[in-house]
Design a protein around this ligand. Structure first.
Ligand code: GDP
Ligand code: MG
Length: 185
């Protein structure tokens, strides 16, 4: 049984845990519960696209153990972040569209991922602007997010864990970045 580990990074309070819980359990809570580091895993089925766009199970290892590491955000011990990166296969970098600072804080994470993984060309990385339901409190436009993603050679999506907007798509798109494989969710 093959393993596929996704690591979720981002500043505190941007909604990392909310996105993971919305995706895995379809729940949302208004209160803030700081995360130490949570680890989730569940078996999912990897599928391939045929030439005429049909989805079929991959011949080998079609069942895969999807692991999601929900990190604390701030790292008292940089070695922990580096370990998560070296063990991770794909990365979700979350900021809140209500906080420009939360986007800037991702830069060091991005640099560390690039440093440890070498080139990012074959590493699925998704930049996520969460809390897009907070229309009045926006500090960043969609265009600014897209532009940053372009600079960082990553994909981009805006989400709302609260409104359940684009959360499933975020994970589907991330796994689609694994060249010929995608996932049934
Ligand atoms: P984390 O520290 O990045 O894991 O952030 P949390 O998932 O714990 O969320 C921090 C706070 O933001 C909580 O009070 C959540 O209810 C709230 N929150 C999370 N996602 C959203 C969202 O999409 N929209 C809004 N308005 N609030 C959110
Ligand atoms: Mg959290």
């Amino acid at each position: 049984n093959s393993e596929y580990r996704v690591v979720v990074f981002g500043a505190g309070r941007v909604g990392k845990s909310s996105l993971v819980l919305r995706f895995l359990k379809d729940t949302f809570r208004e209160s803030y519960v700081p995360t130490v580091e949570d680890f989730y895993c569940q078996n999912v089925e990897f599928l391939s696209y045929t030439l005429d766009d049909q989805l079929i199970p991959c011949n080998n290892n079609s069942v895969c153990n999807l692991q999601i590491v929900d990190t604390a955000g701030s790292y008292c011990f940089p070695a922990m972040q580096r370990l998560n990166i070296s063990k991770g296969r794909a990365f979700i970098m979350v900021y809140s569209v209500t906080s420009r600072q939360s986007l800037e804080q991702l830069e060091s994470t991005w640099k560390t991922i690039r440093e440890i993984k070498g080139s990012l060309n074959n590493v699925p990385v998704m930049l996520v602007g969460n809390k897009c339901d907070e229309i009045g409190a926006r500090e960043l436009t969609v265009e600014e997010g897209k532009e940053r993603a372009r600079l960082w050679s990553s994909s981009f999506i805006e989400t709302s864990a609260k409104a359940n907007y684009n959360v499933k798509k975020l994970f589907q798109e991330l796994l689609r970045l694994e060249k010929t494989r995608t996932l049934r969710i």
